[in-house]
Design a protein around this ligand. Structure first.
Ligand SMILES: *Cc1c(COP(=O)(O)O)cnc(C)c1O
Length: 426
């Protein structure tokens, strides 16, 4: 299953990486543990293709895990980075792009009145959680199974068999005293959430969720679910946090909250907003945001936060998406892919889910509406399909539990080619 040609540049790099980088990677999913084999090295990407160090091209459905909504190396983003870099890469003092980015986010995302930039999605979520705790004077956090919120201590927790049992850490190194402040419930299960509120009526600082969970494959909120979550939060004085690091600026200019018509108290952003550079952001109601230092008692900071290069890249990407009507275009590409895949899997044990430019093919008959359903997937079959697709020059995420991404640079021909390869495999 090795993806390396014996004695190739890629194999040499991998051997060196294993010696000096834990597991050879700087983020675990990249190590291909979900599918077996070894990752390849990429040093070039353009449009919907990535090119490995041995010169092999692949149609890419990972899009650097979401940010590349215009495809790789879009001219407008590259130009913007280049023009900005000439004048300096970081100032550590307010720069005009910060104001422009804040105004852009507030204009596009319905619930955000004030916003602060960070350097990653994880950092945004960590800060939003601290802010929610500081603003409410409460400590408990509720999250949903299968929702990923970055590698934040309090959120690397999911429930065991009993949804209402106290959280057990998912990762070594997370103090159980901290994990025990996180309750975890199944997604799309409003009764389970109501039970947690019954148990802790006035202790819950915030409920955090991905409004469209896209880190355990992809499943959608059922009608009324998000409204139900918001109602429970409001009646108990708890804050509602939408983690839109993945969905923000991808599903719509205003993210999932625009599509579902829900106004969360706080929102976390990342990925698309950075145009492929390291960025995150969190924002929401002004009265809550004003608890942040220097106005209020909740400390949050960053040497590189609001970095001009990252903001120039992100702003260029958002401007281009607005200019070309990118979201509508992505919906048409997504629909094209869906129309070719549906007939292929009819009557077979697969579940295909899609919203806009995000999709997932589960190797289980479904329905898939939460983590427990997703986990019924045949991951060994998925791994075989992943490697077959790779051999044919199509790169899907190396795990059953990741979403696929379409960019505006995916041509109808690329989608037809990918569907044709799937037809051979499935
Ligand atoms: C990717 C992601 C994060 C973490 O963002 P990083 O930039 O990887 O730290 C948080 N929440 C969601 C929903 C994500 O998809």
């Amino acid at each position: 299953m090795s993806t390396h040609v014996q004695g190739s540049i890629s194999q040499d790099l991998w051997e060196r990486a294993l010696l000096r980088i834990p597991g050879g990677v700087n983020s675990p999913v990249r190590a291909f543990r979900g599918v077996g084999g070894e990752p390849f090295f990429v040093n070039k990407a353009s449009g919907c293709t990535i090119t490995d160090v041995n010169g092999r091209e692949y149609i890419d459905f990972v899009g650097t895990w979401g940010p590349a909504i215009l495809g790789h190396a879009p001219q407008v983003v590259i130009d913007s980075i280049r023009e900005t870099a000439i004048h300096g890469t970081s100032f550590g003092i307010p720069n005009p792009l910060e104001v422009e980015m804040a105004e852009t986010i507030c204009r596009l995302v319905p619930s955000v009145e004030k916003v602060r930039m960070t350097n990653s999605g994880t950092e945004a979520v960590m800060s939003a959680i601290r802010l929610a705790r500081g603003a409410t004077g409460r400590e408990r956090i509720v999250k949903f199974e299968g929702c990923y919120h970055g590698h934040v201590d309090s959120l690397l927790v999911k429930a065991g068999s009993g949804a209402l049992t106290l959280g057990q850490p998912d990762s070594a190194g997370v103090p159980s005293s901290l994990a025990s402040l996180t309750s975890t419930v199944p997604f799309n299960d409003i009764e389970a959430l109501a039970s947690v509120f019954k148990e802790y009526p006035s202790d819950i600082a915030a409920v955090i969720l991905e409004p469209v969970p896209a880190n355990a494959g992809l499943y959608l909120p059922e009608p009324g679910f998000l409204e139900g979550v918001q109602k429970l939060c409001r009646s108990h004085g708890s804050l509602l946090i939408f983690d839109e690091v993945m969905t923000g600026f991808r599903l719509a200019p205003g993210g999932a909250q625009e599509i579902y018509g829900i106004t969360p108290d706080l929102t976390t952003l990342g990925k698309v907003i950075g145009g492929g550079l390291p960025v995150g952001a969190f924002g929401g109601r002004a009265d809550i945001m004003d608890n942040l230092a220097p106005l209020g008692p909740v400390y949050q900071a960053g040497t590189l936060s609001g970095n001009p290069l990252a903001l120039a890249a992100g702003l260029a990407q958002l401007r281009e998406m607005e200019r070309i009507g990118g979201w509508q275009f992505l919906e048409s590409l997504g629909a094209q892919l869906e129309e070719s895949i549906r007939p292929m899997i009819a009557g077979k044990p697969f579940t295909f889910q899609r919203i806009g430019s995000m999709f997932c093919l589960y190797f289980t008959p479904g329905p898939v509406r939460n983590l427990a359903d997703a986990k019924r997937s045949d991951t060994a079959a998925f791994a075989r399909y992943f490697h077959e697709a790779l051999k044919e020059g199509v790169y899907f995420a190396p795990s059953q539990f990741e979403a696929g991404f379409i960019s505006t640079a995916h041509t109808p021909e690329a989608l037809t080619k990918a569907a044709g390869i799937l037809a051979k495999i499935l």
